[in-house]
Write a protein that binds this ligand. Structure first.
Ligand code: KG4
Length: 339
């Protein structure tokens, strides 16, 4: 396959239906995102059945809008982790198109997508990651810490044992009567509050790289039950600080332990200003280079899926190995090495 191949990426793992076209591994020709937020808002979280229906209703139009008449060499879709219904809609759309266009079909891990999204700058994938690095992928469905030796060479260090960090933000927002998605709302309120007003726990789980955020959420719910006349900004500021301090402490510790000089942070929660500030400051103090995904691509999008597919294709091209693209969807997919 030629090196400047053009890839159509498709993303439908959670509540965004997205399609993007990436040319030559750098030039993002389109990235269309349909967000289902309005469908899920009144339930304060993603309702899987509604998400599947919305993906099915929108995916053809989203693909048409992203693709137009552009010729493509490959179709890639996010095959997991994610909600089963959405994954299946993405696969059927991607496979139908690949068969029709007679081009290869590639399944891509959604979490790898969030990591590679860090390479985009002003709509171009032009800032290659520097390896080895420690990656934190932190979203509404996942909180994942990875050691990344190179493209396609991973060691999973830890993941959340219960709620993902974004999920904890969404649940705390619900407890406080703030709209969905809760992350940006909690952050906005936090700007008006005192970060040391309430001491919520920092679940550092010594001896493991895993995370656990349900305890902080429960501590917030007990605080709300036991106190009257609470200050919403103080609760938000104290909660946000507890989550962010935990994420930063574990990520930095992993970077130092694995002796890397680079950290990359992707996923919806990577849009959080306190996380960006604290990780950058603490990283600088420790002599580490910290790379955050561009805010415009922190939430789910297909540009990141197309780029992750490009890395796989380019590797297969370089090594001349016969590519075996796994296209089975897997809601609990782990990050696996392919190099
Ligand atoms: O990556 P994403 O779009 O979808 C998933 O794969 O989950 O992430 C969405 C999650 C939501 O839980 C949302 O509340 C959270 O990211 N989020 C934030 C912020 N912006 C989005 N959490 C904290 N602070 C933010 N600024």
């Amino acid at each position: 396959m030629k090196k400047d191949f053009t890839i159509l990426g498709i993303e439908s793992t959670c509540d965004e239906t997205s399609a993007a076209v990436l040319k030559g591994g750098t030039e993002l020709l389109s990235n269309v995102i349909y967000s289902q937020i309005d469908e899920h808002k009144k339930y304060h979280g993603v309702v899987p059945e509604l998400a599947s229906r919305a993906h099915a209703a929108k995916i053809a139009a989203v693909i048409e809008s992203a693709l137009g008449q552009t010729p493509i060499d490959c179709v890639a879709f996010a095959s997991g982790p994610g909600l089963p219904g959405g994954l299946m809609v993405g696969r059927v759309a991607a496979e139908t198109l690949a068969v029709y266009k007679q081009v290869p079909l590639i399944g891509v891990n959604h979490l790898e997508g969030h990591l590679f999204a860090c390479e985009y700058e002003d709509g171009r994938a032009c800032r290659p990651l520097e390896f080895p690095l420690v990656a934190l992928v932190v979203s509404g469905g996942n909180t994942e810490l990875l050691y990344v030796k190179n493209y396609g060479e991973y060691k999973e260090l830890g993941r959340t044992r219960d709620d993902a960090a974004g999920e904890a933000f969404d649940k705390v927002a619900k407890l406080l009567g703030l709209p969905y998605p809760g992350g940006p709302q909690v952050s906005k309120q936090a700007l008006l509050g005192r970060r040391d007003a309430i001491r919520f726990p920092r679940p550092l789980l010594p001896g493991t790289w895993d995370f656990s955020f349900s305890g902080i959420k429960t501590a917030v719910s007990y605080y709300l039950r036991d106190h009257q006349n609470i200050s919403v900004p103080d609760v938000c500021a104290s909660f946000e600080t507890a989550v962010v301090e935990t994420l930063v402490a574990k990520t930095l510790k992993a970077a130092l332990k694995y002796k890397v000089h680079h950290i990359a942070v992707g996923g919806g929660v990577a849009g959080n200003t306190l996380l960006r500030q604290m990780m950058e400051q603490k990283g600088r103090e420790a002599g580490l280079d910290v790379r955050f995904v561009d805010r415009k691509l922190s939430s789910d999008n297909a540009a990141m899926i197309a780029l992750a597919a490009y890395k796989k294709l380019a590797h297969a091209d370089e090594t001349g190995q016969a590519p075996k693209w796994n296209i089975n969807v897997n809601p609990n997919m782990k990050v696996r090495s392919w190099r």
